[in-house]
Design a binder for this molecule. Structure first.
Ligand code: AMP
Length: 265
């Protein structure tokens, strides 16, 4: 699955061949800044579809200098490229079903440990968006990260009514995958990506049927991760209602508090 390495999103401070980057300067001036944007934050974002995981992951990636790793973006890119991974994933993604665990764990492993890094335990920091989606995936992640584990799991908490409203306004860039919302987080020019000038479209899987299915799956197999991570003492629930800047500020506060509690690595 060589294609899985193509779309990890390097954070802006690391430069490199990134896509869908949000520069630190582009994040609102009012946003709380991390004390140590040193490329070592290890964060999972949990939350329903439409809770703002993609938007917040881009911003946190820029603020902390760590890659934004989105398994959903990896599948969408692979489908666009017509690769073997894309052909495997397409039916699941179109129906709003989960791609089988062994496939998605393989994609994640390649993102966490791209060619050149020396294998499990060697990754420094990341913002994970869309992984894990169930308890077996969370166990696989813990194995991949051992012995260090995660700094914090940020649970972006927002009501179902609000996520349905947000998904209706959601647009993504066909060029770089950056996400916008026509109401809450519009691009500077309608229909045009601020980052790369690409065309903005609705996601193919943002149909009513697929959204309903994805929300059902979230409640039945992903939501139990909230308690699972709470029991491990790494969960921070953040109110995800409000503007992207407000939510970023709350998320940074939660990450900072968790990192202060953790011993220095
Ligand atoms: P997302 O952009 O995170 O909403 O993901 C879009 C689609 O990609 C999902 O509806 C699934 O079909 C697939 N997908 C993404 N992440 C995972 C995952 N961790 N496990 C299984 N399927 C996934």
């Amino acid at each position: 699955m060589a294609e899985a390495g193509e779309t990890a999103r390097p954070a802006a401070p690391n430069g490199a061949a990134g896509v869908a980057q949000v520069s630190v300067a582009a994040v609102g001036v009012e946003v709380l800044r991390p004390a140590a944007p040193d490329g070592t934050a290890r964060v999972v974002l949990l939350g329903r579809q439409g809770s703002g995981k993609g938007t917040q992951a881009d911003r946190l990636s820029a603020l902390y200098g760590v890659p934004h790793i989105s398994t959903g973006d990896a599948f969408r890119d692979a489908i666009r490229n017509g690769s073997q991974l894309g052909r495997t994933a397409q039916g699941y993604v179109d129906r709003g079903e989960l791609v089988p665990d062994e496939v998605v764990v393989g994609v994640l492993r390649e993102r966490l440990f791209p060619a050149g890094s020396v294998g499990p335990g060697s990754t420094s920091g990341f913002i994970l968006d869309g992984f894990p989606r169930n308890i077996p995936q969370a166990e696989a992640l813990a194995d991949l990260l051992a012995p260090d584990g995660l700094d914090v799991v940020v649970n972006l908490d927002v009501s179902t009514d609000e996520v349905l409203r947000r998904i209706a306004g959601r647009r993504v860039c066909v060029g770089c995958g950056a996400s916008y919302n026509v109401v809450d987080n519009p691009p500077k020019a309608p229909g045009v990506c601020d980052a790369c000038g690409g065309r903005l479209v609705q996601r193919d899987d943002d149909t009513e049927e697929a959204i309903r299915r994805r929300l059902e799956i979230y409640e039945s197999v992903t939501a139990p991760l909230v308690d699972w991570y709470r029991e491990q003492g790494v969960l921070a629930t953040v109110d995800a209602a409000g503007s992207p800047d407000e939510v970023t500020t709350r998320a940074v506060a939660a990450i900072e508090a968790a990192r202060q509690r953790k011993p220095v690595r």
